[in-house]
Design a protein around this ligand. Structure first.
Ligand code: NAD
Length: 279
């Protein structure tokens, strides 16, 4: 039997900002809620975790309010972007005071759904599965890892961060028993489609896929793929493009009347950017 344990660990949100689980749900008008969520641009949703991290850090430093400029700087986005994002959520702050950190944190966390203590199962408990099972960042965002699954006989039955690894044949029954709504795939690429199909058959509609393959799913299933190798490739490409642009500036017609040697270091780099893209 799988223990219903919260994986403990280092958290991003200070205790004062964490909502206990199960959390009291604020009564809302479901129709209004659905409309608000549907209207929220994906790019805004993608930045909400950055705002949450920044608010947590500000709360940890003892602050109770923050200006939009300071919050934007802490989150690494432009002020106009932050104000626009928060206006989608109906958060405008108070002139001269800014935003109340605890209130805004609760509002953003609620919009992202982490007040519901959403339950996560991980399929594939190898190197990555182990690391994910012990990742404190899930718990601090209100996600509970409630089930671990694998198909290797030497892995099934072992205990990882307090949870006993179950055979994938138990997935269907266990997902229902555990109330899991999110599945994390940490299996090899060749096994990912089958494992995904098993998750979907078990009733899971949200899948975080770490395997380096594109998964085929129905329209009612949401898959997010995390691929660190691709991110490295993109960084590498951008670095090459930056170097080429620097070279072009150094050797172009506006570079001066005297012929210049091509150089990759002559031109000053762009001003440091605060924006850090989330993988
Ligand atoms: N996205 C990323 O940035 C990133 C980083 C590291 C690894 N990965 C990917 O994550 C996956 C796991 O990597 P790893 O290093 O942990 O591999 P691993 O070999 O250590 O672990 C894979 C685990 O999956 C299990 N497994 C295989 N088929 C299964 C199935 N059908 N059902 C259930 N369990 C099954 C294996 O028994 C094993 O325990 C790979 O696809 C790898 O490419 C992605």
């Amino acid at each position: 039997m799988v223990d219903d344990a919260v994986v403990a660990g280092r958290g991003h949100a200070p205790a004062s900002l964490l909502t206990p689980d199960p959390a009291p749900r604020t009564p809302r008008d479901p129709a209004e809620d659905a409309a608000t969520l549907a209207d929220l641009p994906d790019a805004t949703v993608g930045r909400l975790p950055q705002y949450l991290d920044a608010l947590s850090a500000l709360a940890e430093s003892g602050r109770s309010t923050v200006s939009s400029d300071a919050l934007a700087a802490a989150a690494g986005v432009g002020s106009a972007t932050l104000r626009k994002d928060l206006s989608h959520l109906g958060s405008y702050g108070t002139r001269g005071v800014g935003y109340d950190i605890a209130t805004l944190h609760a509002q953003l966390a609620g919009r992202l759904g982490d007040r519901a203590g959403r339950r996560v199962v991980i399929v594939g408990i190898g190197n990555l599965g182990h690391a994910l099972a012990g990742y404190g960042g899930f718990a601090s965002r209100g996600f509970r890892v409630v089930g671990l699954f694998d198909d290797a006989p030497d892995v099934v039955g072992t205990v990882v961060t307090g949870l006993r690894v179950e055979p994938v044949s138990r997935l269907g029954a266990a997902v229902a028993e555990l109330g899991a709504t999110i599945g994390v795939l940490a299996v090899p690429g060749w096994a990912a489609q089958t494992a995904c199909d098993e998750l979907v058959a078990a009733g899971v509609r949200s899948v975080l896929n770490f395997a380096p393959v594109a998964l085929r799913v129905g329209a009612d299933v949401d898959v997010r793929r995390v691929d660190l190798a691709s991110e490295l490739q993109i960084l590498s490409f951008r670095s090459r493009r930056r170097d080429r642009a620097t070279e072009a500036v150094g050797s172009g017609p506006t570079a001066g009347s005297a012929p210049r040697a091509r150089s990759t270091v002559a031109a000053p780099g762009p001003a440091p950017r605060l924006v850090e893209e989330v993988v």
